[in-house]
Ligand binder design. Structure first.
Ligand code: TRP
Length: 451
């Protein structure tokens, strides 16, 4: 059998969008985006973020889907096949390493979301002040065993879905639950916006203060766009390889990008008004969501049920993302080294239990072991978002813009002449010049070249 006919494909059109959106929507939207916005000037960050999504995110997502579907292979295989050389296959290896590092800290936060489901069921948020909630979060996240327990459970859930196979597992899970998450977020927004002083938060999040735009803000927004859209490490290449030949890739990328951005904005709208109303510090970092939203729930009718549903859906959104990340590793090892998928999933899960445990411990008893002044958790987060993913995006833009033939790209986007390809010249211009140059400038600036 040829590789083409033996690879599993996603089923329906909505299934493809749901699976890719399931990968994109996750802790990045609800946990990371709000705290990054809180630390990087609110409205200024939102503005730069949206620009990054349009100018980098969208064209790179289209490119990744094209590469994946054209080659019908894992990240490395795809680059090798399309370039005809082995050098480009290294990009795939880079993607796999990135996947391990992201999963290392992502599983920890996903574990936190499970703890919060448990606390919501136990009604633990009731009548607690933001101060107490903040203390409770710190006590929990720096504890030695409790976070490890939840993280391990989460890793097992991911392995379980992956073992069930691509189509049945990923597609079905994403399809049912995404609309639900949006619904609860909208309820939260309504409650948060109507809290006393809520409009201060709206102003903070939506009105850009241009003086707050700094190189750090730009790099953070760029990294966040890659992280949130699952770009720059081959995730969308892998998913692209499961997409059917008749799918309109440009539309799929547009839908996924819109849903992902909408959810991030909804999360910000649910959080910042409450942050200002309750006098919480918007720049406190990773605990922001875990302190703010429980407060909102305890101020809202039906808050008990909503809190349970919300954290459950957050965990599920995280699950559809961890599946996509670990699928990159699984497809790579099983196709490149001819291991059975099952074996790859079991072995990689064991490695990830170790990595995530180290990340979790680095917040508590291991916090004095640092790399460049950062805990392991922060180090993994920092290197992936601020370095490895933009680097991956840079290499993809060089590949599409300069190595691969534009005609071939156009042919794949147009389903071999069956669809009109609109704005192709804008897309190619972005990939050839804007994306690589802009990423290079941002990197050079970070290295202090211009100061
Ligand atoms: N985008 C997901 C989120 O927002 C995380 C994620 C899934 C990811 N797959 C990825 C990030 C690939 C980078 C690369 O939570």
């Amino acid at each position: 059998m040829t590789e083409h006919s033996s690879r599993i494909k996603f089923g329906s059109k909505f299934g493809i969008v749901a699976a890719a959106a399931g990968s994109a929507v996750g802790l990045g939207n609800i946990w990371k985006f709000p705290y990054e916005a809180g630390q990087n000037g609110g409205g200024a960050f939102l503005l730069i973020y949206i620009l990054c999504v349009l100018l980098f995110g969208l064209p790179i997502m289209v490119s990744e889907l094209v590469i994946g579907r054209r080659a019908h292979a894992n990240v490395s295989g795809a680059f090798r096949q399309l370039s005809g050389t082995n050098h480009w296959a290294m990009v795939g290896l880079l993607g796999v390493i990135t996947a391990f590092l992201i999963l290392g800290f992502y599983f920890v936060v996903a574990g936190w979301s499970l703890e919060y489901v448990y606390q919501a069921v136990a009604n633990a948020f009731e009548r607690k002040t933001p101060m107490q909630l903040s203390q409770a979060f710190s006590d929990f996240s720096t504890d030695t065993f409790r976070p490890l327990f939840w993280t391990t459970i989460f890793i097992c859930c991911t392995a379980f879905v992956l073992l069930a196979g691509v189509k049945k597992g990923i597609e079905r899970t994403s399809k049912i639950l995404m609309p639900f998450l949006i619904f609860i977020l909208i309820l939260l927004c309504v409650r948060s916006v109507t809290m006393p002083n809520g409009n201060e938060g709206l102003k903070f999040f939506f009105a850009p203060d241009f003086s707050k735009i700094t190189p750090t803000v730009i790099l953070s927004a760029l990294g966040q766009a890659f992280f949130s859209l699952s770009l720059g490490m081959g995730c969308m290449i892998t998913y692209g390889s499961y997409i059917r030949k008749d799918n309109n890739l440009t539309k799929t990328a547009l839908h996924v990008t819109s849903v992902d951005t909408l959810i991030a904005i909804l999360a910000g709208t649910a959080i910042f008004p409450a942050v200002f109303s309750l006098g919480i510090n918007p720049a406190q970092g990773p605990k922001l969501v875990f302190v703010t939203l429980p407060s909102v729930f305890s101020h809202m009718p039906g808050g008990y049920i909503c809190a349970i549903l919300f954290f459950l859906l957050l965990a599920i959104a995280a699950l559809t993302s961890t599946i996509s990340l670990q699928e990159v590793i699984t497809a790579y090892v099983s196709e490149e080294f001819h291991w059975q998928r099952k074996k790859v999933i079991v072995v990689s899960s064991l490695v990830l239990i170790v990595l995530s445990s180290l990340c979790s411990l680095s917040l508590g008893i291991g916090s004095h072991y640092t790399i460049g002044g950062k805990t392991l958790f922060d180090f993994f987060d920092f290197t992936t978002s601020k370095f490895l993913m933009p680097l991956g995006g840079f290499l993809i833009s060089i590949f599409i813009g300069w190595f691969y033939k534009a005609d071939e790209v156009k042919d794949e986007l147009g389903n071999h002449g069956k669809l009109p390809v609109k704005l192709f010249s804008v897309y190619i211009f972005l990939m050839r010049f804007f994306v690589p140059l802009a990423i290079l400038l941002i990197f050079l600036n970070e290295l202090g070249t211009f100061s």
